[in-house]
Design a protein around this ligand. Structure first.
Ligand code: DOR
Ligand code: ZN
Length: 345
């Protein structure tokens, strides 16, 4: 196959930031993706319906003319979140989901949840109205090894939560382990997972072997190879519980290339070409549309996009800029470390 046409894809987990960074990165996502779930971890975070409305307006104002893109807003769950505000924002169509960050788990998560008991009224309300909860699934206990934090979260937080509120629809975001894949596959109901492009392409060696490579550092951190292979199997299986969420998370280079670098990999530019490469390697190009274009909308109860995207094989390896310039500074683009012979037409 030298060319593949799929329904225009969506990105079910995206960081767009704000201000000059938003202006710098939005065109790349909007060029390829029709819709994206927009992460709320701004400083300060997007907590209320009013915050989400204002942020959506800023995104639409930054959207270059001629690009067709719908931001699907999320609210950042705090221990002070008002269940009625959440329900109103959902009923009005403004907000698609609520995001749970365990406090301290990742970038700008300090306003997140420390004690799940405190947010039960919000979660119960969401279950009642059919509003999905997107979860950053890592425990934050410093005693727990960073490579075990996802598996530990599933056992000690996610499973008890699902037992307590089985009607709550949960997206386990950016799943990175075979434990996560197995858990989602065997769950009976109301659970799905997004998978990033980079976790399908790199394992932890990319970060640590041959020198420390901050541009491959993200959270949850990439795991060992056996986990990457499990993720590939899940993503390319066509199983409706797995879909694309790029977690494209731009940081300016000085904040990555330093003694305490930020987590996040910027993949908005080359995600679709990289995915075509991965799916071809797995002999699953015919299932790329399920992962990138169909399973996500089915899970979120939305129509598949009418427009299409065509990718074709290139003779020379596809090329991207090494970094893009934004008004906030340079942002390095994800380097997949292998030649990619696909491009979006
Ligand atoms: O790598 C990451 N970057 N993981 C997250 O959970 C947050 C994100 C960010 O906002 O930079
Ligand atoms: Zn993220």
């Amino acid at each position: 196959m030298d060319e593949i046409t799929i329904p225009r894809p969506d990105d079910w987990h995206l960081h767009l930031r704000d201000g000059a960074m938003l202006e710098g990165v939005l065109p790349f996502s909007a060029r390829d993706f029709a819709r994206a779930i927009i992460m709320p971890n701004l400083v300060p975070p997007v907590v209320t319906g009013a915050d989400a409305r204002a942020y959506r307006d800023r995104i639409m104002a930054a959207l270059p003319e001629g690009l067709d893109f719908a931001p699907l807003m999320t609210l950042y769950l705090t221990e002070g979140t008002d269940p009625d505000d959440v329900a109103r924002a959902h009923a009005s169509g403004l907000v698609t989901a609520v995001k749970l960050y365990p406090a301290g788990a990742t970038t700008n998560s300090h306003s997140g949840v420390r004690d799940l008991a405190k947010v039960m009224p919000v979660l119960e309300k969401m279950a009642a109205i059919g509003m999905p909860l997107c979860i950053h699934g890592e425990v934050t206990d410093p005693e727990v090894d960073i490579f075990d934090r996802e598996a530990r979260f599933i056992d000690t937080v996610l499973e008890p939560l699902r037992v307590r509120i089985p009607e709550l629809k949960i997206t386990l975001e950016h799943v990175t382990t075979s434990n996560g894949v197995d858990y989602v596959m065997t769950a009976t109901d109301n659970l799905a997972a997004s998978i990033t492009t980079h976790h399908l392409m790199i394992n932890r060696n990319a970060i640590l072997a041959g020198g420390i490579k901050p541009h491959y550092y993200c959270l949850p951190v990439a795991k060992r190879e056996s986990h990457r292979l499990a993720l590939r199997k899940a993503a390319t299986s066509g199983n409706p519980r797995f879909f694309l969420g790029t977690d494209s998370a731009p940081h300016v280079d000085p904040l990555k290339e330093c003694a305490c670098g930020c987590a996040g990999i910027f993949t908005a530019i080359n995600t679709m070409a990289c995915l075509a490469h991965v799916f071809e390697e797995e002999n699953a190009l015919d299932r790329l549309a399920l992962f990138a274009s169909r399973n996500g909308p089915a899970w979120y109860g939305m129509p598949v996009n009418d427009e299409t995207m065509t990718l074709h094989r290139t003779t020379a390896p596809a090329a991207w800029p090494e970094r893009i310039e934004t008004g906030d500074g340079p942002v390095t683009v994800f380097d997949p470390m292998v030649p990619i012979h696909w491009e979006v037409v």
